[in-house]
Design a protein around this ligand. Structure first.
Ligand SMILES: *[C@@H]1O[C@H](CO)[C@@H](O)[C@H](O)[C@H]1NC(C)=O
Ligand SMILES: *[C@@H]1O[C@H](CO)[C@@H](O)[C@H](O)[C@H]1NC(C)=O
Length: 387
């Protein structure tokens, strides 16, 4: 079904005005669709999503709330990007602490980050717990919380580098975010230098504070939703030219067509319309739904959101006269005139193709079961035109 849909979309222009459509349709029917073709198609589709193999996920995993919230901020229900300028790069990765120490020490394994990925910002997210009851009566209202990068195995003061420091109210509770971009950049350059992070809490006067006063949740003894987390904003360099060249007026309107999924077989009436189209009573170029269902492809195990998306496709004829609603280029207008006047042999009508493309977002588990948010350009036909 998917194979058929994708191939058909690609061939739509070449076959639209020709009687050979039925041959091509037969060519891609289920019986002919061998397992080989199917796996080749799925492999190619994975490449579009920048992967070699589908990540293997064991059991049901919960995505961090921060990543779910981020996804809902940048994407609509269909995964289409709401505002292409909201994220600086095109990838956000989350990592859980691997050390699970009793001390306030953390280490994150960044082996899934490609060496070509540009690190834009790295944040350490720590969940601050309420002070323990025994120490709530205390003369301190604020404490200085500092994040250090460990430079050697001993925890001497020379063996660490200050990354970030600020005052935090003793009685507050919730997420605290520290920027640690430089440390992550150095770890990306030399993996063996990643010895982890260390947190130091001091009074305003600079003396050590009992860690019962300011406590952060650890991956070891607190709920999963409060686990220490590293969030990495990166760019994999795949951002295409279309977005950068986009007209400033072209801020994506969320596709306005109905969201009816097109997974079922076409109804009888739709089918008969198709036949009349073949006979020349064609409808003019316009955008039609094309639902890509990740469950149908077998990817629902590792993709958190969306379940699928409407890629749309462009279908219909570009016969003379081309109205403005067909968004013709001048070239297409002239070609349609030459075609209509039959001035020359072998000049087809122009092609009905996407003339504006939107990006989609995927929230998924990678090979190490870290949750990743990635933006993919040119995935949704925003409008169609005769070109
Ligand atoms: C990080 O994870 C990779 C893949 O699981 C593993 O091969 C590597 O040894 C890990 N590195 C550290 C420092 O634990
Ligand atoms: C660092 O020093 C503290 C005491 O100052 C100790 O409790 C802790 O175990 C040490 N950590 C390491 C990694 O040596």
């Amino acid at each position: 079904m998917l194979m058929f849909a994708l191939s058909f979309a690609a061939l739509a222009c070449t076959v639209a005005a020709r009687p050979s459509l039925s041959y091509l349709e037969n060519h891609f029917t289920a019986e002919d669709e061998s397992e080989e073709v199917r796996s080749a198609a799925i492999k190619r589709l994975l490449e579009v999503f920048g992967m070699e193999d589908p990540p293997a996920i064991h059991g049901h995993k919960q995505a961090p709330q921060y990543m779910l919230d981020l996804y809902n901020t940048v994407a609509d229900v269909d995964g289409v990007t709401k505002d292409p300028y909201l994220l600086e790069g095109n990838t956000v990765r989350s990592f859980f602490d691997k050390l699970r120490s009793e001390q306030v020490e953390f280490r994150f394994n960044l082996s899934t980050v490609a060496s070509t990925e540009k690190i834009l910002t790295a944040e350490l997210h720590l969940f601050k717990l309420r002070p323990q009851a025994s120490v709530t009566f205390n003369r301190h209202h604020f404490c200085q919380v500092s994040v250090y990068q460990l430079l050697d195995k001993s925890n001497s003061t020379q063996g660490r580098k200050l990354l970030s420091s600020r005052l935090i109210p003793v009685h507050s509770t919730g997420w605290e975010v520290f920027t640690i971009t430089q440390a992550v950049r150095s770890w990306m350059g030399d993996e063996s230098s990643n010895l982890g992070l260390h947190i130091v809490v001091q009074t305003l006067g600079g003396s050590q504070v009992d860690m019962k006063l300011i406590r952060f949740a650890s991956g070891r003894s607190h709920h999963q939703s409060k686990q220490p987390m590293l969030v990495l904003f990166t760019d994999d360099g795949r951002r295409s030219a279309t977005l950068e060249n986009a007209d400033s007026n072209d801020t994506p309107v969320t596709p306005s067509l109905p969201h009816a999924p097109m997974t079922g077989p076409p109804s009888r009436s739709a089918r008969s319309l198709d036949y009349s189209e073949e006979e020349g009573l064609s409808t003019s170029c316009k955008r039609q739904p094309l639902y890509v269902d990740f469950e149908e492809i077998g990817w629902s195990g590792w993709i958190v959101s969306p379940r699928g998306y409407n890629a749309y496709h462009c279908k219909g004829s570009c016969q003379f006269p081309l109205g403005q609603n067909m968004r013709p280029t001048n070239h297409a207008t002239v070609q349609s005139i030459i075609n209509a006047l039959k001035l020359m042999k072998g000049i087809d009508t122009p092609c009905c193709v996407p003339d504006k493309l939107f990006s989609i977002n995927l929230l998924y588990f990678d090979d190490e079961e870290n949750v990743v948010l990635k933006q993919y350009n040119d995935m949704v036909a925003g409008s169609c035109g005769c070109h």
